[in-house]
Design a protein around this ligand. Sequence first.
Ligand code: ADP
Length: 650
Amino acid sequence: MAHLDKVALRSIFRLRPRALPAPEDPVAPPSESRRKRLHRFGAYPVLITSIYIGGGLLWVLGGDPLLSAWLAEAGPPPVLGPLANILVVAASGGLLYRLLRFHVRTAHRAHLAQDMRLAEFIEMITDVAFIKDREGRYLLINSAGARLVGRPLTECLGQDDRALFPAEIAPKLMQADRRIIASGHLLGSEDTFDIRGERRTFQSTKWPYRDADGRIVGVIGIARDITARKQAEEQSWRARDAMETRVRERTAELVAANRTLERSIAARVQTEIALRDSEERFRQLAEHIREVFWVYDIAQERLLYVSPAYEEIWGRAVQNFQERPLDWLEAVHPNDRARIQAAHTAKLELGRLDEEYRIVRPDGAVRWIWDRGFPIRDAAGYVYRIAGLAEDITARKLADDQLRRQQVELAKMSRLSLAVELASNLAHELNQPLAAIVAYTQACLTLLREDATDPRELTGTLEEVVNQGLRAGGIIRHLRGLVQRHPAAQTEIDLNALLRAVIHYAQLELRQADITVRLELTEPLPAILADDIQIQLAVLYLMRNAIEAMQGSGNEPRELLLRTAPLDTGTVLATVRDTGHGFSPEATERLFQPFFTTKPGGMGLGLSVSRSLIESQGGRVWATPNPDRGASFHFTLPVYTHYRWPSTPA
Ligand code: ADP
């Protein structure tokens, strides 16, 4: 408080030094010496002058010899001596009176001037300021005070707090005044009350009002309206409370967030370790596979990764991608480039790629590539990368070509085999017209020998002979059209190698039909003696049937098993086993008959041709249904007579 109030008080003290306590000790009464000094000449001129004249007259009437002597010498007549004495006393008494009156008036005017300056000062200050008498009546109050109580200033003077303040606070104020008057001490307080519909807070300082003699004649007070400051303080407290609450909440949030962060950092570290491990595994895998592994980023429109196999297959540096992202496309064979360019554009939209194309290496060599791409999706399912494998399939392509050539060859062979088969079957058909011709001719001869028949009657029979002859000729011509000469060349054959070769030829078909191949080939297997082309053809027919039988087998696992084993010292047994639809027991006997088929577009010749081929090589062929699913076709072939069996351990 108190700094401002003390300043205000000091100003007042300077104005009223005689009436108020010293600044250092505002409540202490003025010192005795000072009070005497102030009233040395007294405040009562009439009394003092009367005493002076009375005393002078007594002295004159007592006959003062010195004064009388002086007056006699001075010259006035002796009769006037006592009168002159009285006049001198009276005149000097009047002079004294005037002097005293002048002093008292001057002091009074100074007093009034002081009071005026005090009133002016009180009026000037913005705080409420007042002086009350001992009964609590306002002797002085400034405009700020009058505004506070809502009355004209003049109406306030002479009133006490009961008349100016609400009933609930007036007694409190007056009680405080009484305490100040009783104790003579300064009293500071802070009071909040409702006045004229408003809640206001005042910080007030009141102290005793003393008269010139130091007697307490009332109370002086200053009250400062600190409502706004109080509200600001309360707001600031509330704001501070709110802030502290917010800080507490925020701290709790941060602690929680911190914990979550710690947990996620721990998880991240683990993920990173796992990632590093998996990246390492990925790197090792990607860098050691023969295929080119690549990752394409759709947003960046560039390859993020290309495995080192690129240099091996393309014959170009992986670093080329830094400068020319389409380095791989530049190497594509001109005849394939437009198609692959289009596939590359489509790949960005579809996220997929499955193309075969040729590339021309810097050394001029042409390589076949099988390039496949698969979409990589983010958590939202959005395709943002494509990962792919580019495989060098040149060898397979060459093998395919070779296979195609061999298939053509085989087709020729099959025609031959077919012709052979047909020959045996058509020979049976030829027997009929021949038998008919013989029969008709013998009948004609018999009739002619008996000479009982008109030769003209034989015309119809002879025409029938001609017809039968023509039919036989037609059969033979048909056969000749089918037959191509093929000299059979039996050689020493490794049946296991032959089966592997056929599997290789049929690789494409097997892969397209999603069939797994299992080989149970006995090693070493005795060499057989056969025409390899014919055995290949027979095996191919058996395998084709197996593939076709498995193609309708839904989602069941598709497996083709090739097994070889010596059956006895002179024979080798081979089995082609599938997991297809199998065959019914009734069909078992008819499977190998020519033209027996259960397939919509089938010819019914594959098995009969196979049997012809195998039997022509001294072997046998038969079929058995599998106990679980599918069918097994078995064939035997004779062991090469010069084959030397490995010696059996003793
Ligand atoms: P085609 O292929 O024209 O039908 P095939 O002589 O190859 O002639 O076969 C004759 C019939 O034998 C086939 O239609 C089929 O019913 C049956 N068959 C052949 N191989 C199998 C097999 N692996 N599983 C089940 N049935 C078979």
